[in-house]
Design a protein around this ligand. Sequence first.
Ligand code: COA
Length: 260
Amino acid sequence: MNYDTILSTTNNGITTITVNRPNKLNALNKATIGELHGAFKAAGKDKDTKVIIITGSGEKAFVAGADISEFADFDVKNAEKLAAEGQKMLFDYIENLSTPVIAAVNGFALGGGLELAMACHFRVASTNAKMGLPEVSLGVIPGYGGTQRLPQLVGKGRAMEMVMTAGMIDADKALEYGLVNHVTPQEELIALAEKIAGKIMRNSSVAIKGAIKAINANYKDGIDGYNTEIKQFGKCFGTEDFKEGTTAFLEKRKAEFPGK
Ligand code: COA
């Protein structure tokens, strides 16, 4: 599939999606959001893709936010529509994918860029990464889930301070806050994400799918996460992966999961 604003390549079970507007610091415009949706949808359905990594093109930015030039003259109605459609099409979509998604934050992750990274299942960052939600400095608030996911990841007080000050934190602070799981020099970032992906791929993809659902259930209104866990736990016992995993353990060999 050919895209104008992103790249997508699949190798050894990993699909790497790269936001590719380096001259605009990979800012998310409407076309990019549409293409990202298409690429995540395709990767999520692709039997050969076990893990998805998303990163930004160039050495400066992961994604420097939603494209400000596109919404500068929106009215109230258009703005609501932009946030609602974006959340549904991309940010919630990624969070609810059953294929694990790792954000490799290789530079600025601001506004919609940090929101994109936060919608992923977890994040790794390069030492030069800078993260923040600067929206209030533009007279607006985060609209792609930032006010919800940032406090989930770093706690309410830190989220309040980050949003109110519109400030940026560096990679070490993001690590301390639990916003990213690992920090590494930029030239080693993709290799690190791929190494973690490799560990994930050794395990049962159907069990991982159930785990993602159960963990996400904790953050959904009106859904009992413990009950979701019980259901997903039970479901595993009807899978070929469970048979293979337990049999391999008892036979003292490495499991070869069929992914069913
Ligand atoms: N939307 C649209 N264009 C953006 C953008 C965004 N969010 N972020 C960067 N760009 C564009 C700049 O307009 C510039 O384009 P130009 O060369 O055609 O003028 C290009 O990307 C390079 O950015 P520049 O500002 O020159 O780089 P810098 O190194 O001086 O500063 C940042 C980097 C990230 C600090 C600065 O670009 C910035 O503050 N961006 C906006 C961040 C933001 O507020 N995001 C939240 C949006 S809701």
